[in-house]
Design a protein around this ligand. Structure first.
Ligand code: OOB
Length: 533
């Protein structure tokens, strides 16, 4: 399977962006050069590079011994535990393709990923944040017949423990994956009824990781706190955990992102950088301000990266002083393009823009509704193409025809303006999505669920402003004429019972008689949003 047009791939290789190296080789390299250096810290555990490397080998061998073949898919739903990287690197080494599910996903999402990706195995924790993932796995197994095995980190219950997959003397699969192969499937924030899978290969992903590590000046002394879910593209690659491994640094896994946990870990582990979404950054800043001089010692922290949702200038101003570090804005997407403010940028740029692209060969177009290029300073649709932006979603030709231009530009759905220095400012969004403090909710996915409720005639889910999260979701519901009005909590429970992740449950439900419409008879979500308050 070729993920990029051959001439584009040849160009990215000739430019030195694509090196032919595989993503797991970074672990091998440091295991050989500095075997005893710590790669991962997880609660009381420390794994050296040698240990992480050996574990990845054993897991790859175990996957091969269980009959998992190059190109086979598995669904990875692990929280921030060291085993996340054991399974991730082990799978890559075996040529097995993980689907990067989030811990918050529930039955509907996990069953869909398993079925759509034809996954052969599912990796889950026993319990996480009070939720039993073995029960979820049992439901998914019942619903998806071709899912062969479930492996559990922790108490396995009726399933196999991860340890069973570790093969002490098994051989690695003879054939190494190719750097242009599909390495893993990342998840799209989505704007359609079903989540889309993003095919990332070793070449494109490693380039974004390596270049990000350079821009963020990572060294073997870097200590990265992974506070967001490890599977998400931001903490995974921008430069995140993989960038830290690439540089030979140390990754500290936060079991939860609360200020109490995170600030204590920064102090105890002498963390030098971390990446968070705006509401978290503000919660940490508030906690640090409240604690004052008596709080945790944050003096090791050099860089706070904030991305995933728009950071207001006012919030941006507050963060550096509160946490005693430099701020970097990150505007990225799992489909590829990532923008960073740079160490050399002036303060105004860091506070008011979302950065500029990683690569000199990232092509950025800002266009009007008819794909005509707009001058700098004018907001428009952001289209992009480049050495690490995918050319299509996995197995989604119809959607791809809309989400990509004929010449391969990804339609990001973001409305941006470009400054004279090439920095981008995010002005809004054209896609039908709610950005709930960095967690993306596709309106249509939630609408489809609510439409199945017997009392619901029509529904429209939109973003409403929220002081803390930036946006929350509101479901506007038109009831069937004969229906009794359900309580909002019942409709929320209905979405939850359908097996959707908690962050997709509408924060608010409002009943209306009709929706405002656009000139051509479609629901005007813009006008609907304006009625919220
Ligand atoms: C990151 O990735 P995704 O795939 O969860 O979401 C991408 C979308 C963007 O298209 C944009 O709508 C929004 O999230 N976004 C931002 C933003 N960063 C992302 N909107 C405003 N300001 C920002 N700084 O969210 C992601 C991936 C890699 C690095 C960082 C974030």
């Amino acid at each position: 399977m070729t993920l990029y047009p051959p001439e584009a791939a040849a160009r990215h290789r000739a430019a030195g962006y694509w090196t032919g190296e595989l993503l797991d080789e970074m672990v091998r390299r440091h295991a050989a050069a500095t075997p005893d250096r710590i790669a991962v810290t997880d609660r009381e555990r420390q794994w050296s590079y040698a240990e992480l490397d050996a574990r990845a080998d054993r897991l790859a061998a175990g996957m091969a011994a269980r009959g998992l073949r190059r190109g086979d898919r598995v669904v990875l739903q692990l929280p921030n535990v060291a085993e996340f990287f054991e399974v991730f690197f082990g799978a890559l080494r075996a040529g097995v393709v993980p689907v990067m599910a989030l811990p918050a996903h529930r039955r509907a999402e996990i069953a869909y990923f398993c079925a759509f990706a034809e996954a052969r195995a599912l990796f889950v924790p026993d319990r996480h944040e009070g939720f039993d993932h073995r029960e979820l796995a049992a439901e998914v197994r019942a619903a998806v017949p071709q899912l062969l095995e479930v492996f559990v980190v922790g108490d396995p219950g009726p399933f196999a423990p991860l340890a069973e997959l570790r093969s002490p003397e098994g051989a690695l699969p003879p054939e190494r994956p190719d750097s242009g192969d599909l390495a893993f499937l990342q998840l799209s924030g989505g704007s359609t009824g079903l989540p889309k899978l993003i095919p990332r290969c070793h070449d494109d992903y490693l380039y974004s990781v390596r270049a990000s590590a350079g821009i963020c000046e990572l060294t073997p002394d870097s200590v990265y706190l992974c506070a967001l879910p490890a599977a998400h593209n931001f903490p995974l690659s921008s430069p995140g955990t993989l960038g830290t491994f690439f540089a030979g640094g140390r990754v500290v896994l936060a079991p939860d992102p609360s200020p109490a946990t995170a600030l204590a870990l920064i102090a105890r582990e002498r963390v030098t950088l971390t990446g968070v979404v705006p509401p978290l950054a503000l919660a940490w800043a508030a906690a640090a301000e409240a604690a004052g001089d008596g709080g945790p010692d944050l003096s090791s922290l050099e860089l706070l990266q904030v991305g995933g949702a728009k950071l207001s200038e006012g919030a941006a101003r507050r963060l550096g002083p509160a946490l005693g570090c430099r701020l970097q804005q990150v505007f990225g997407m799992a489909e590829g393009l990532v923008n960073y403010t740079r160490p050399e940028d002036d303060e105004h740029t860091v506070l008011t823009t979302q950065g500029r692209p990683i690569s000199p060969d990232d092509e950025v177009r800002v266009v009007d509704d008819h794909d005509r290029d707009l001058p700098d300073g004018t907001p428009g649709h952001l289209l992009t193409r480049g050495p690490y932006t995918v050319r299509g979603y996995w197995r989604a030709p119809e959607h791809n025809a809309r989400a990509f231009t004929a010449d391969g530009f990804y339609r990001t759905g973001d409305i941006v303006r470009r400054t004279a220095t090439g920095h981008l400012v995010v002005e809004g969004r054209a896609k039908d999505q709610i950005n709930r403090g960095g967690e993306k909710v596709a309106a249509e996915e939630v609408e489809n669920v609510l439409l199945a409720h017997p009392a619901v005639h029509d529904v429209s889910v939109v973003a409403v402003p929220d002081e803390f999260l930036g946006e929350r979701s509101c479901a506007y519901v038109i009831l069937r004429p004969d229906a009794e009005r359900p309580r909002p909590v019942e409709l929320k429970a209905f979405v939850r019972a359908a097996g959707l992740a908690g962050f997709k449950v509408p924060d608010r439900v409002e009943f209306v008689d009709a929706f405002p419409s656009t000139g051509i008879g479609k629901v005007s979500k813009k006008d609907l949003r304006a009625t919220a308050n």
